[in-house]
Design a protein. Sequence first.
Length: 151
Amino acid sequence: MGSCRHSLSVSILDGCLYAVGGRKRETALSTVERFDPRVGRWKRVCPMSTPRESHGSAVLHGELYVAGGSKRGSRSMSSAEKYDLRANKWTSVADMSCSRSGLGLAAVNGKLYAIGGHATNSVEVFDPKTNQWELHSNMNCRHFCAGVAVL
């Protein structure tokens, strides 16, 4: 990877690993790097529109989505955006109904699930067909920086 960072997200898209955002020293990053195992190299791609750390990322319908997170020294964010690999471009999508930092994000059955975060125990679901988030359910307690996986 070309830059040191932590509090980033990592996703697999089209056989490549994407290291998205995070923090370097006291600065939230918008940078995105792609590792292609076929050539064994990292390459920078189009940066996100918004710098973010402690956000979630997931791949849905061949696009990389990021949601929530925070900027260093600021409150959690509700914004979300998606990366189009073919166009090498980020586009904003609808904001989540609440701000989330340290959330888990998972793609299941054509939708995205934003799970927990620092200040909430809720789960909300994003439908890319309608570009809308809606509350799905509440968990018994808050989950912060928890890993999520789809089985």
